[in-house]
Ligand binder design. Structure first.
Ligand code: IPM
Ligand code: MG
Length: 366
C-alpha cells in the first residue's frame, strides 16, 4: 500500500483538489493501485488552525507519505501577517524539509489551445519544453537575509544568492538525464540550455562553469548551451521552440516558468513535480491560489489533475494510468470544454464551464 498526502491549501487550491482527488480515486480503483489518501493542513488554513503555515503534524505526515499532492497556498487574509509565518513560508519549508531540490515544470502546448495563447500559432505550435528549476537553494534560502534599520534610520533589505558545486551538480544531473530520456522518446537530439547571469553574478559564474564541466565529463551526447536570464526571457517569447530542457536556479526558474506557462495559453494548464534524490515527490500546479476567483467555481482544475498524472509517472512509475489521465484531459479539450482562462470567445464551437464541470468531464472520460 502506498500513502499519498493531500494538501489542498488555500483559495482555489481546495476546489481544484476536490476534482483531482476524484480523478485519483477513479484511477486508484480502475488500475488497482492500492493508494491510501490522507489529508493535512498547509498555508493560510494551517495558520488559522494552528498559528503556523506548516504544522509539525503535516510535516510528519509528508515525511511518512510516498508522495504529496499540493493545491496552492496564500490569500489576501494572510498578506499582512509577520513575514516568517506567511503561507508561502509553509510551502518553502516543506520543499526544503523534504529535500525536494528538483522542480520539473513542463510547458507543453495542447494543440486544441493554440488560439488561447497570446503568441502567434506558428511560434508555439508543437511546443514542449521542460524547465528544471533548482528548488531548495539559491536566493530563496541563502543567509544572511532580512530587513534591518541602519544607524541613519534608513531601512536596508537584503538576501543572499548562493550555490555550492554539489547543489549545482545534483540539479545538473537531473537536467542532463531528463534531456537524454526525452531525446530517446522523441528521436530528437538531447539539448540542455543552462540559464545564468554569469556576466554579473559570481554565483552563476560557478553555475555555468560547473554545468559545462559536467557536460564535458559525462554528458557529451547532450548538446549544451548557456544563456543569460534576461535573454532567455526574450528568447522564450521570440522563439520558444529552440528550447528542450532549460536548467536554472531557484529565482530565475520561478520567473521563467510563469513565462513558459503563458506560452501554452494559461498557467492553469501547467503541472509540476518537485523531487528528492530518491524520486519521492510533491506534485503541484505551477499557478497560485488565485484568491480573486476562489470559491466561484471558475478555476481551471487541469493543472492539478495533470499533477496527479505526473505523480503516477515519476514517483509510482505507473505510466498507464498517467497516460489515461492525460488522454482524458486531451479528450475534454477536444469536446470543446473550456474554463475561462483558456476560453476563446471568438470560437463558437466551445463551451464555457466551471471547475466542477471540467473535473467531472475528465472523470467521465476515465
Ligand atoms: C511557485 C510560486 C512559489 C515560489 C511561491 C508561492 C512561494 O511562485 O511555486 O512558483 O516562488 O516558488
Ligand atoms: Mg512562481
Amino acid at each position: 500500500m502506498k500513502k499519498i498526502l493531500i494538501l489542498a491549501g488555500d483559495g482555489i487550491g481546495k476546489e481544484i483538489m476536490t476534482q483531482a482527488v476524484a480523478v485519483l480515486n477513479k484511477v486508484n480503483d480502475k488500475f488497482q493501485l492500492n493508494f491510501q489518501l490522507e489529508e493535512g493542513l498547509i498555508g493560510g488554513c494551517a495558520i488559522d488552525a494552528t498559528g503556523v503555515p506548516l504544522p509539525d503534524e503535516t510535516l510528519a505526515k509528508a515525511q511518512q507519505a510516498d508522495a504529496v499532492l499540493l493545491g496552492a497556498v496564500g490569500g489576501y487574509k494572510w498578506d499582512t501577517i509577520e513575514r516568517s509565518i506567511r503561507p508561502e513560508r509553509g510551502l518553502l519549508k516543506i520543499r526544503s524539509e523534504l529535500n525536494l531540490f528538483a522542480n520539473l515544470r513542463v510547458a507543453k502546448l495542447y494543440p486544441q489551445l493554440i488560439n488561447a495563447s497570446a503568441l502567434k500559432p506558428e511560434i508555439i505550435e508543437g511546443l514542449d519544453l521542460l524547465i528544471v528549476r533548482e528548488l531548495t537553494g539559491g536566493i530563496y534560502f541563502g543567509q544572511p537575509r532580512g530587513i534591518e534599520t541602519l544607524e541613519n534610520g534608513e531601512k536596508h533589505g537584503y538576501n543572499t544568492m548562493t550555490y555550492t558545486t554539489s547543489e549545482i551538480e545534483r540539479i545538473g544531473k537531473i537536467a542532463f538525464e531528463m534531456a537524454q530520456t526525452r531525446a530517446k522518446a522523441t528521436g530528437k537530439p538531447a539539448k540542455v540550455c543552462s540559464v545564468d547571469k554569469a556576466n554579473v553574478l559570481e554565483v552563476t559564474e560557478l553555475w555555468k562553469q560547473t554545468i559545462s564541466e559536467m557536460q564535458q565529463a559525462d554528458y557529451s551526447d547532450v548538446e549544451l548551451s548557456h544563456m543569460y536570464a534576461d535573454n532567455a526571457c526574450m528568447q522564450l517569447i521570440k522563439n520558444p521552440k529552440q528550447f528542450d530542457v532549460m536548467v536554472t536556479g531557484n529565482m530565475f526558474g520561478d520567473i521563467l516558468s510563469d513565462e513558459a506557462g503563458m506560452l501554452t495559453g494559461s498557467i492553469g494548464m501547467l503541472p509540476s513535480a518537485s523531487l528528492d534524490e530518491n524520486g519521492k515527490g510533491m506534485y503541484e500546479p505551477c499557478h497560485g491560489s488565485a484568491p480573486d476567483i476562489a470559491g466561484e467555481d471558475k478555476a481551471n482544475p487541469l493543472a492539478m489533475i495533470l499533477s496527479v498524472a505526473m505523480m503516477l509517472r515519476y514517483t509510482f512509475k505507473q505510466e498507464a494510468p498517467a497516460q489515461a489521465i492525460e488522454q482524458a484531459v486531451s479528450d475534454v479539450l477536444d469536446d470543446g470544454l473550456r474554463t475561462i482562462d483558456i476560453m476563446d470567445s471568438d470560437d463558437d464551437g466551445l463551451t464555457a464551464v466551471g471547475c466542477q464541470a471540467m473535473g467531472g468531464a475528465v472523470l467521465a472520460k476515465l
